[in-house]
Ligand binder design. Structure first.
Ligand SMILES: Nc1ncnc2c1ncn2[C@@H]1O[C@H](COP(=O)(O)OP(=O)(O)OP(=O)(O)O)[C@@H](O)[C@H]1O
Ligand SMILES: [Mg+2]
Length: 520
């Protein structure tokens, strides 16, 4: 049964994001929405909830439909509430007492440990925050679930858990997922919508197979277009020939024939659809100013602590050297982000962190999980031209190159899409011209092209970096040293595979077909 129907739906910002979208979403649907950064995935989800009005077309929802929407980022007003409160507050006030059991059931079904439930959101890792948002929506007993980039910030174990949780949901509750995570889309969806400005194709297939079908459909459109244009060109040539003969011989018949040929050519040209061309979502470029120092940072068994002073783990004695691309491995919440924060503090406030020594020529490029380095109320243009001495003209062209179009450059950063914000952050990093990068989950929000570009830049510039990431293919492509945080200790390991396997095997998860699936 259709719960939501879209008819000729379209949203135009400075240019059309999507148009003429006809789609029904009903029971059994597990729909993936795929498109590059800034193409309107989050916007479409907001239209489905009713939070945003489309520019054209109609949305019909069944009467009284409860739509559950897990947003792409954590609403700031939730940050000082506890995990439990955030979920409980989602219950309608008249059900707060009688339905409180739902909160515990939701937290149990997501395996949230007891001590985690009373922590304020801002003290939770990005992964736990994400699960809190999922639980918060789930207790409202929605008839349809919309998930915006649900795997951002989640570690591998949590991603497989989310997959299993979605799989166990009643089939009559459709789930719509906007995501850049290919493996997750393959495991969690059975239909795929490729969101495009003109025509958005939908396939009754999960991502990888839908992608193949899409490539074939695009190739066949391209071939047909070429064929039609060739025929039109031949018709025009013939018409020109006949026209000449007609003029020389004064034949009316030939003039009519010429006209007919031209009209046929025109009709063919009008009806021909050129193949879809994917516009770039902007370039990602990094810089590396280099340094003569071989060792950048020395750790002398430093203690990594929670904000309230509890020791999470000790680092042991280690050096971070030029050319090292160190990946931090560890489950959600072991202290990867706290470690990154500690190194940052040691660089920007020298001599404030015990047992961490930083070489003075170190210049930091830092991006945190929540992109806190950019202020949503600022505009991209003022941020770039104020922070870096580049002048307005250059700032404008740098921004355009990074995917922030002219019309968006003087709007608030807050209205940019998640991926566009991440790309703006990458531009800021490049302009800081660092020789050491600290990156916490840098691929969150980036589309597939963006992830590959970031990999290539880190390698080309032989950037020295420490990074935390949950993205297996990114870790494999970029890392040349691997530091595993486990059981309150940091140890160096040869490669990340053992950690990947361990996560897959833990808690009854078993690896199958390259994905992680719930065991018996
Ligand atoms: N006021 C505005 N004027 C013009 N364009 C706008 C305005 N507000 C938002 N936009 C643009 O609308 C688009 C909204 O995209 P949306 O957030 O839906 O993208 P998305 O596909 O979810 O991207 P991501 O993968 O980065 O999350 C962006 O390109 C954004 O720059
Ligand atoms: Mg989005």
């Amino acid at each position: 049964m259709a719960l939501i129907s879209l008819k000729s739906l379209g949203v135009t910002m400075s240019a059309p994001l999507f148009s003429n979208l006809d789609l029904t979403i009903g029971s059994g649907d597990r729909l993936g929405i795929v498109a590059a950064n800034g193409r309107g995935k989050s916007t479409l989800l907001k239209c489905l909830t009713g939070e945003m009005e489309p520019t054209s077309g109609e949305i019909t929802r069944t009467r009284g439909l409860r739509v559950g929407h897990v947003e792409q980022s954590v609403p700031p007003d939730l940050l000082d509430r506890t995990f439990h409160q955030v979920v409980a507050d989602a219950l309608p006030p008249d059900q707060a007492d009688s339905e409180m059991w739902r909160v515990d059931v939701a937290l149990d079904s997501l395996d949230v440990p007891e001590p985690m439930r009373d922590r304020p959101m801002q003290a939770l890792s990005g992964g736990w925050q994400r699960l809190a948002l999922v639980a918060r929506v789930w207790v409202t007993d929605p008839d349809i679930l919309l998930l915006d980039e649900p795997t951002n910030h989640l570690d591998l174990a949590r991603i497989s858990q989310l997959e299993a949780w979605l799989d166990a949901l009643p089939r009559e509750v459709p789930v719509v997922i906007a995501s850049h995570d290919r493996a997750f889309l393959d495991a969690a969806t059975n239909r795929t919508l490729f969101l495009r400005a003109e025509q958005s194709p939908v396939f009754a297939l999960p991502y990888s197979r839908a992608r193949q079908a899409l490539d074939e459909a695009d190739a066949s459109t391209a071939r047909k277009f070429e064929r039609d244009m060739k025929v039109a060109q031949q018709l025009r040539k013939q018409a020109a020939k006949l026209n000449n003969i007609g003029i020389n011989s004064g034949s009316d018949l030939l003039t009519v024939k010429t006209k007919q040929l031209r009209e046929r050519a025109e009709r063919l040209e009008d009806a021909a659809n050129p193949a879809h061309r994917e516009k770039s979502a902007g370039a990602i470029k990094l810089a590396n100013r280099g340094t003569h120092a071989k060792v950048l940072i020395t750790l002398d068994d430093a203690a990594v602590e929670t904000p309230d002073g509890m020791v999470l783990f000790r680092t042991g004695k280690r050096h971070i050297c030029q050319g090292d691309r160190i990946v931090l491995l560890g489950r959600n919440g072991v202290g990867k982000s706290r470690f990154v924060t500690m190194i940052r503090k040691a660089i920007v406030e020298p001599d404030t962190v015990q047992n961490v020594k930083v070489t003075p020529s170190t210049v930091l490029g830092y991006s945190d999980q929540a992109l806190a380095g950019i202020n949503g109320d600022d505009t991209p243009l003022s941020m770039i031209s104020r922070r870096y001495d580049v002048g307005e003209q250059r700032a404008r062209s740098l921004l355009a190159g990074a995917g922030v179009v002219i019309e968006m450059q003087e709007k608030k950063i807050g209205v940019l899409s998640g991926g566009q914000k991440a790309r703006l952050m990458m531009l800021a990093l490049r302009l800081a011209d660092p020789n050491f990068y600290l990156l916490d989950e840098p691929t969150n929000h980036l589309d597939i092209g963006g992830q590959e570009a970031l990999e290539a830049e880190l390698l080309t510039h032989q950037a020295s970096c420490v990074l935390a990431s949950h993205d297996r293919s990114f870790i494999r492509a970029v890392g040349n040293r691997f530091w595993l945080i486990d059981k309150r200790k940091l140890t160096e390991v040869e490669d990340p595979e053992g950690f990947f396997r361990e996560v897959a095997a833990a808690g009854g998860w078993k690896a199958k077909d390259g994905h992680l699936q719930a065991g018996m």
